[in-house]
Design a protein around this ligand. Structure first.
Ligand SMILES: Cc1ncc(COP(=O)(O)O)c(C=O)c1O
Length: 368
């Protein structure tokens, strides 16, 4: 029986051809393909301006560089990938870790609001695993406290909220094209914004703050995407909806089979959201299921099914942040999730039959 993985990447023939064309032309650096990719991406995901970068981390870092003063605080969920917070620190700000909702696994806005001080400058909600935040609730909170919103959409290409694409929500919406993501070009990132001036500043910053030939008006870095990756991106966007539909079909199959099992609780999709299923994550309640998360993981591995743990530690518990900010206060939901969460295959390379096999196997081994 074939082993089912968590989503190995393979490029289509057309994507390989597009990359090859650029490679053979020798024009490898940021150029017309990057411009085309920015245009296509903005059109598909509903933004006015899109600025490409060398990674999702670079995209976030430049946004923080463009809006933070030293010591400014940013509300971030503790249950996310490190780049959401590390980029704040590297840009001179301070991430303030917030707990998350036990059902949606997304930032708990009540908890976040309690942590607002007169140093709080921004909030960085993460559309984790492709599930969207309740957008208007974040906007309302930000409005009340005068905060900028930087949406971390690294995992959410294709997700929608109340029928609307996410990239146009402003102030900044940051994406990643790392190979595990719903769109992947190698390494790459994109920031979308509705603000033309902000977009121009990000364009300057990704290129050393250069606004004329060897003339620098702001302090930037080299965070440009190359035309090789952009060519793959332009091609990939054409087949994106088909891949998204496959992820959604697979998620439906898993959901139908797993929801009735006592002791297994899949991530709850936010009301009004259309999930993009970057990951299908569930929590295991050992008292009800009869086995714990790690045992379930081992049994699935024995049956040829790979799984993953996203994430094994809250960011507040990461040694690097403990070293910088001292012993953290406990964030109980995040810590509980880290011990009980499991990601199972849902990716677009998974056939209908394989999705059924994943669901069936979970049901079988959970009871054994
Ligand atoms: C939530 C989140 N934010 C930011 C990033 C950073 O993106 P990249 O890996 O492209 O730098 C990732 C990537 O894993 C992510 O999952």
């Amino acid at each position: 029986m074939n082993r089912i993985g968590m989503g190995e990447v393979s490029l289509s023939e057309a994507e390989i051809r597009a990359a090859h064309e650029v490679l053979s032309s020798g024009a490898l650096r940021q150029g017309p393909r990057c411009e085309a990719f920015e245009r296509d991406f903005a059109r598909r995901f509903g933004a006015t301006h899109a600025v490409s970068n060398s990674s999702g981390t670079a995209a976030l870092h430049l946004v923080w560089m463009s809006i933070l003063e030293p010591g400014d605080e940013v509300l971030v969920p503790a249950f996310t990938f490190i780049a959401t917070a590390s980029t704040v620190t590297v840009a001179g700000g301070r991430p303030v870790f917030c707990d998350v909702d036990p059902n949606t696994f997304l930032m708990d806005l009540e908890d976040a609001e309690k942590r607002i001080t007169d140093r709080t400058r921004a909030i960085c909600p993460v559309h984790l695993f492709g599930n969207t935040m309740a957008m208007e609730q974040v906007q309302e909170l930000a409005r009340r406290h005068g905060l900028k919103i930087v949406w971390d959409a690294a995992q959410a290409h294709g997700a929608r909220y109340q029928g609307r694409e996410l990239a146009g929500y402003g102030d900044f919406v940051c994406y990643s094209f790392y190979p595990s993501k719903n769109m992947f070009v190698g390494e790459g990132g994109m920031t979308c914004t509705e603000d033309a001036e902000a977009a121009q500043l990000l364009r300057d910053l990704r290129s050393h703050g250069q606004t004329g030939k060897y003339y620098f008006t702001s302090l930037g870095l080299n965070y440009r995407m190359t035309d090789v990756e952009a060519a793959i991106g332009c091609e990939q966007i054409k087949g994106f909806d088909e891949k998204l539909a496959t992820r959604r079909r697979n998620a439906r199959i898993l959901m139908e089979a797993l929801e009735p099992i006592a002791g297994i609780r899949p991530q709850v999709t936010t009301e009004g959201a259309e999930h993009a299923w970057h990951q299908f994550c569930l929590v295991v309640d050992p008292d009800k299921l009869g086995c714990d998360r790690d045992t379930l993981m081992k049994r699935l591995d024995e049956q040829g099914i790979d799984t993953g743990i996203h994430y094994p530690k809250g960011l507040h518990q990461q040694p690097v942040f403990e070293e910088i900010y001292g012993k953290p206060e406990s964030l109980p939901v995040t810590e509980w999730l880290c011990e009980h969460i499991l990601a199972v295959p849902v990716h677009h390379g998974l056939s209908e039959e394989e999705a059924h096999r994943v669901a069936r196997t979970i049901a079988e081994v959970a009871g054994s």
